[in-house]
Design a protein around this ligand. Structure first.
Ligand SMILES: [Zn+2]
Ligand SMILES: [Zn+2]
Length: 139
């Protein structure tokens, strides 16, 4: 009995170590969040393109492929927008936006988000940017 329980535990560990997966039971899809929380959704609601929100940690997941006989694939719900400074795409997850995290471009530009998922460039203010004149060119 005990050996059986350990076998199951090992199986669960293997599942957790693999990318997000799910088991399709009838018309329901199950997926497990990276935090370990299991979610169950109707296949129909996935097809409507709704994000799935983890009831535990609050991360959002988007169905990106698979289904039917195939494994369903989920990715963190994310968006990207062009950087105002360098025009490269800046990616940010919906989860980070909701937590109030900043999106940071590779060029160093930082963005906060207005309600409605609108990125707003944070311009360093003249006074605050050079607290001790460190990197400023000599006058
Ligand atoms: Zn979670
Ligand atoms: Zn940039």
């Amino acid at each position: 009995m005990r050996a059986r329980a350990e076998a199951i535990a090992a199986e669960i560990d293997a599942v957790l170590a693999s990318p997000l997966h799910n088991i399709n039971i009838a018309k329901f899809v199950e997926l497990k969040c990276v935090c370990g929380f299991g979610m169950r959704r109707r296949e129909e609601s996935l097809k409507q393109g709704k994000d799935i929100r983890c009831g535990d940690c609050g991360r959002y997941w988007t169905w990106v492929g698979g289904g039917g006989d195939e494994v369903y694939e989920f990715r963190p719900s994310a968006t990207s927008f062009p950087c105002e400074k360098c025009k490269n795409a800046v990616g940010v997850t919906r989860y980070d936006v909701e937590r109030g995290a900043l999106a940071r471009c590779a060029c160093g530009a930082e963005y906060a988000f207005e309600p409605g998922f609108t990125p707003r460039l944070i311009e360093p203010t003249a006074g605050a940017a050079a607290p001790s004149g460190g990197d400023e060119a000599p006058k």
